[in-house]
Ligand binder design. Structure first.
Ligand code: ADP
Length: 238
């Protein structure tokens, strides 16, 4: 993939900016900002994005069917896991869209798509940034783990990893991607609670991720499929 990075000191959100330009620019255009004023997670939840972190969105044009596009989130999660491994940081994927180190969130992935047009792969990675006080229990940065690192170097490593996983994605090798996600998952084998709109909708033991990227949950012997969407997952023992 040939990446073209556009840099900003400040944007509201790299996904928002990317969405505005997505139709006019080629695939591989990447929006990076030093800070976001309204960084967000799914359902508009706030994503703290002070200076020192890596806040980026890659504009992709995969021409995938709706059935496959939901799996693009795993391209981002695997790329983050690989990048962290280069720094000696062992990370896990918390289905569907977070990357954890020692149980704490170090990165979040936010994919947004306009079918038959473009897909946005947004990645927020805590690099050298301060973690806000209220998130310290649940979030961590690379600097806390290995000391200050170059954001530019992290970006280049991340783009290389995205190229790799995205080429598999474009070539229809979804099972290979899913296999890697299963291996890196912090979820399989644990008791989890699925939350939708603030309400618990399902509780049980996560036993796998199926070929569509859905989480399989064993609810006293009955297997339920949880489709990637706006649901949140919490560990039952935390
Ligand atoms: P969920 O945790 O339900 O999957 P999202 O994926 O939408 O939620 O991410 C938003 C949540 O991530 C916020 O509600 C907050 O708890 C947490 N968060 C916000 N900023 C950061 C950050 N910089 N690092 C780690 N976690 C964060």
């Amino acid at each position: 993939m040939h990446w073209k990075v556009i840099r900003f000191t400040e944007v509201s959100s790299t996904n928002d900016y990317a969405r505005e330009i997505a139709k006019e620019v080629p695939e591989g255009t990447v929006v990076v900002a030093k800070r976001q004023t309204s960084g967000r997670g799914r359902k508009g939840r706030k994503w703290a994005s002070p200076e020192g972190g890596l806040w980026m969105t890659a504009i992709l044009k995969p021409r995938s069917s709706p059935e496959h596009i939901t799996k693009l989130v795993f391209v981002g999660a695997l790329a983050v896991v690989d990048t962290l491994a280069r720094y000696g940081i062992p990370a896990e994927i918390k289905w569907p869209n977070d990357v954890l180190v020692g149980g704490k969130k170090i990165a979040g992935i936010l994919t947004e798509c306009k079918l038959n047009s473009f897909a946005l792969l947004g990645i927020g990675l805590n690099v050298n940034n301060e973690i806000p006080e209220e998130l310290k229990e649940q979030a961590i940065s690379m600097a806390e783990l290995v000391g200050k690192v170059s954001i530019e170097e992290v970006l280049q490593a991340l783009l290389r990893s995205i190229s790799y996983w995205y080429s598999l994605f474009k070539n229809g090798m979804h099972e290979k991607i899913l296999q890697a996600v299963r291996l890196k998952s912090s979820v399989i084998g644990r008791n989890v609670v699925i939350i939708e709109d603030g309400e618990v909708v399902l509780e049980g033991k996560a036993i796998g991720i199926d070929e569509s990227g859905s989480l399989l949950i064993d609810r006293s012997g009955h297997i339920e499929r949880v489709v990637y969407g706006d649901v949140s997952l919490r560990f039952a023992d935390q």
